[in-house]
Design a binder for this molecule. Sequence first.
Ligand code: SF4
Ligand code: F3S
Length: 106
Amino acid sequence: TFVVTENCIKCKYTDCVEVCPVDCFHEGPNFLVIDPEECIDCTLCEPECPANAIVAEDDLPADQAQFKELNAELSKQWPVITEKKDMLPGAKDWDGRPGKLDYLER
Ligand code: SF4
Ligand code: F3S
Protein backbone atom coordinates (compact mmCIF):
# COMPACT_ATOMS: atom_id res chain seq x y z
CA THR A 1 0.00 0.00 0.00
CA PHE A 2 1.11 3.51 -0.79
CA VAL A 3 0.48 6.45 1.51
CA VAL A 4 0.08 10.17 0.85
CA THR A 5 2.25 12.04 3.34
CA GLU A 6 2.41 15.52 4.84
CA ASN A 7 3.93 17.44 1.94
CA CYS A 8 0.72 17.05 -0.10
CA ILE A 9 -1.10 19.32 2.36
CA LYS A 10 -1.73 22.80 0.92
CA CYS A 11 -0.17 21.76 -2.44
CA LYS A 12 -2.53 19.09 -3.81
CA TYR A 13 -1.00 18.99 -7.27
CA THR A 14 -3.29 16.04 -8.24
CA ASP A 15 -0.94 14.63 -10.92
CA CYS A 16 -1.21 11.37 -8.98
CA VAL A 17 -4.89 10.71 -9.61
CA GLU A 18 -4.69 10.28 -13.37
CA VAL A 19 -2.34 7.30 -13.29
CA CYS A 20 -4.07 5.19 -10.64
CA PRO A 21 -5.62 2.16 -12.35
CA VAL A 22 -8.01 1.46 -9.48
CA ASP A 23 -9.16 5.00 -8.60
CA CYS A 24 -8.08 4.88 -4.99
CA PHE A 25 -7.39 8.59 -4.43
CA HIS A 26 -9.87 10.51 -2.29
CA GLU A 27 -10.00 14.29 -2.09
CA GLY A 28 -10.32 16.58 0.89
CA PRO A 29 -10.15 20.39 0.99
CA ASN A 30 -6.35 20.62 0.92
CA PHE A 31 -5.04 17.03 0.91
CA LEU A 32 -5.47 13.75 -0.92
CA VAL A 33 -5.37 10.27 0.55
CA ILE A 34 -5.09 6.71 -0.79
CA ASP A 35 -7.60 4.05 0.21
CA PRO A 36 -5.40 1.23 1.55
CA GLU A 37 -8.12 -1.32 0.83
CA GLU A 38 -8.07 -0.45 -2.88
CA CYS A 39 -4.39 0.22 -3.61
CA ILE A 40 -2.80 -2.64 -5.57
CA ASP A 41 0.80 -1.45 -5.13
CA CYS A 42 1.29 -0.73 -8.80
CA THR A 43 3.78 2.09 -7.91
CA LEU A 44 2.62 4.29 -10.81
CA CYS A 45 1.61 7.27 -8.67
CA GLU A 46 4.83 7.58 -6.68
CA PRO A 47 6.98 9.29 -9.35
CA GLU A 48 4.08 11.50 -10.55
CA CYS A 49 3.88 13.63 -7.39
CA PRO A 50 5.85 16.89 -7.81
CA ALA A 51 5.94 17.19 -4.01
CA ASN A 52 7.31 13.65 -3.51
CA ALA A 53 4.49 13.10 -1.06
CA ILE A 54 3.61 9.52 -2.03
CA VAL A 55 5.55 6.86 -0.18
CA ALA A 56 5.32 3.07 0.11
CA GLU A 57 3.98 2.07 3.50
CA ASP A 58 7.13 0.12 4.26
CA ASP A 59 9.31 3.15 3.49
CA LEU A 60 7.41 5.66 5.63
CA PRO A 61 9.81 7.82 7.66
CA ALA A 62 9.14 7.71 11.41
CA ASP A 63 7.80 11.28 11.44
CA GLN A 64 5.22 10.34 8.79
CA ALA A 65 4.01 7.12 10.41
CA GLN A 66 0.71 8.65 11.47
CA PHE A 67 -0.21 9.23 7.82
CA LYS A 68 -0.88 5.52 7.35
CA GLU A 69 -3.85 5.71 9.70
CA LEU A 70 -4.85 9.14 8.38
CA ASN A 71 -5.09 7.80 4.80
CA ALA A 72 -7.23 4.88 5.99
CA GLU A 73 -9.52 7.11 8.03
CA LEU A 74 -9.99 9.99 5.59
CA SER A 75 -10.42 7.79 2.51
CA LYS A 76 -13.65 6.54 4.09
CA GLN A 77 -14.94 10.11 4.44
CA TRP A 78 -13.82 11.86 1.27
CA PRO A 79 -15.02 11.37 -2.35
CA VAL A 80 -12.94 9.70 -5.06
CA ILE A 81 -11.00 11.99 -7.42
CA THR A 82 -9.91 10.72 -10.85
CA GLU A 83 -9.28 13.88 -12.88
CA LYS A 84 -6.41 16.27 -12.43
CA LYS A 85 -7.31 19.81 -11.41
CA ASP A 86 -5.35 23.00 -10.74
CA MET A 87 -2.96 22.85 -7.82
CA LEU A 88 -3.94 24.91 -4.77
CA PRO A 89 -3.01 28.62 -4.83
CA GLY A 90 0.40 29.03 -3.23
CA ALA A 91 1.25 25.37 -3.74
CA LYS A 92 4.79 26.12 -4.83
CA ASP A 93 5.41 28.27 -1.73
CA TRP A 94 4.10 25.58 0.60
CA ASP A 95 6.01 22.75 -1.08
CA GLY A 96 8.60 21.45 1.39
CA ARG A 97 7.57 23.50 4.42
CA PRO A 98 7.61 21.66 7.74
CA GLY A 99 4.63 21.42 10.08
CA LYS A 100 1.95 21.30 7.41
CA LEU A 101 -0.12 18.77 9.32
CA ASP A 102 -1.29 21.68 11.47
CA TYR A 103 -3.07 23.04 8.40
CA LEU A 104 -4.93 19.88 7.39
CA GLU A 105 -8.58 20.66 6.68
CA ARG A 106 -11.13 17.91 7.09
FE1 SF4 B 1 -3.10 3.74 -7.20
FE2 SF4 B 1 -0.99 2.28 -7.87
FE3 SF4 B 1 -0.67 4.50 -6.45
FE4 SF4 B 1 -1.80 2.38 -5.32
S1 SF4 B 1 0.32 2.50 -6.05
S2 SF4 B 1 -2.51 4.49 -5.18
S3 SF4 B 1 -2.92 1.49 -7.04
S4 SF4 B 1 -1.42 4.38 -8.54
FE1 F3S C 1 -0.80 15.47 -3.35
FE2 F3S C 1 1.25 14.88 -4.85
FE3 F3S C 1 -1.08 13.97 -5.51
S1 F3S C 1 0.86 16.83 -3.88
S2 F3S C 1 -2.44 15.56 -4.80
S3 F3S C 1 0.01 13.46 -3.67
S4 F3S C 1 0.45 14.73 -6.88
